[in-house]
Design a protein around this ligand. Structure first.
Ligand SMILES: [Zn+2]
Ligand SMILES: [Zn+2]
Length: 314
């Protein structure tokens, strides 16, 4: 099969082996996949990954309970047996591998495999394009699972890339007083179109937010969030990157700031929101490439200001 493979160098391969299907797993024929910032970090050395990249996809299940159906797939492959799994937290399983991120080949290929319980059939009202956003939208929704945001709170979101734009829309659904900070006109226009207040960096009062959500995807985000959060407020970190933050943790202690984090989230809720058109994802799509040009797609996705790049696979 065709695949985009990273092993110290990034290589498109026309004849990569089709994955073996372990017991309980299902073969999925990939239709489309989205390039995520995590993919760009992985090729910089994040997690020491090697294998097929890609974890945001829509495909058709071949076999299993959802045979022939269009599916999205949860990316954590948990053991199902350890105390963490038995406590209902499979995404935190210490024995897990992760599709396209950690020791399990991903979605930038004709086929992938996932356990049948990871697959979510999609209603017809969710288009193929929209379905590639189920995984990142679920990650955006996890913000609300971890941090209770009340409609009375002042929330500031920093980092208006792909995940920041999804998270902004999800946070706005709470009715809170949300301001998204962006220096880019394109993002500002999108956010305003969705009825979300925006500001330029430096325009928002410091130490005034009940909650600051960091979607910057870089090591400066945490320090920036510390400037904006009020004493006893919450900083919610969504950024994963290959590096370490430089931030005044003493200040965080003195101000009794709470640090929340979240990662993968509820697929069912993401599919519901997309089925009801409650979140706009199509406006984020900037470019499309065939799988043969997946290296070019990665290069495009790493250009400044480019939002979602999709691979059209099959
Ligand atoms: Zn991702
Ligand atoms: Zn486990």
């Amino acid at each position: 099969m065709r695949a985009l493979v990273y092993n110290k160098v990034l290589r498109y391969e026309a004849e990569y082996p089709t994955p073996e299907v372990p017991n309980g797993d299902v073969l999925v024929r990939v239709m489309k996949a989205g390039v995520c910032n995590t993919d760009l970090e992985l090729v910089k050395g994040y997690l020491g990954f090697s294998g097929v990249l890609g974890h945001e996809f829509v495909g058709v299940a071949e076999g299993g309970d959802h045979d022939g159906q269009r599916v999205a797939g949860e990316i954590n492959l948990a053991c199902g047996e350890c105390p963490t799994c038995l406590a209902g937290m499979p995404t935190q399983c210490p024995n897990r591998t992760t599709l396209g991120i950690d020791r399990h080949d991903g979605a930038f290929a004709d086929y992938l495999t996932l356990p049948v319980e990871n697959l979510h059939p999609l209603p017809d009202s969710v288009s193929d394009d929209a379905a590639t956003f189920v995984e990142p939208l679920a990650a955006a929704l996890q913000t609300l699972h971890i941090t209770h945001i009340s409609p009375h709170q002042r929330v500031v979101l920093i980092g208006t890339g792909k995940l920041g734009l999804l998270t902004s829309q999800v946070v706005a659904l709470t009715g809170c007083d949300l301001t998204a900070i962006s220096r880019h006109d394109r993002q500002t226009d999108l956010l305003r179109g969705w009825g979300i207040d925006t500001a330029r960096p430096g325009e928002v009062e410091t130490r005034n937010a009940d909650v600051v959500v960091d979607c910057t995807g870089n090591e400066q985000g945490f320090a920036e969030a510390l400037k904006l959060v009020k004493p006893r407020g919450v900083i919610h970190l969504k950024s994963t990157y290959n590096g370490l933050p430089k931030a005044d943790l003493t200040r965080a202690v003195v101000d009794e700031v709470q640090i929340h984090t979240s990662r993968c989230g509820p697929f069912d809720a993401a599919i519901r929101l997309l089925a009801k058109d409650a979140v706009d994802v199509e406006s984020l799509i900037d470019a499309r490439y065939p799988l043969e040009e997946s290296k070019e797609a990665m290069a495009k996705a790493s250009e400044r200001g480019v939002l979602k790049v999709l691979l059209e696979i099959g």
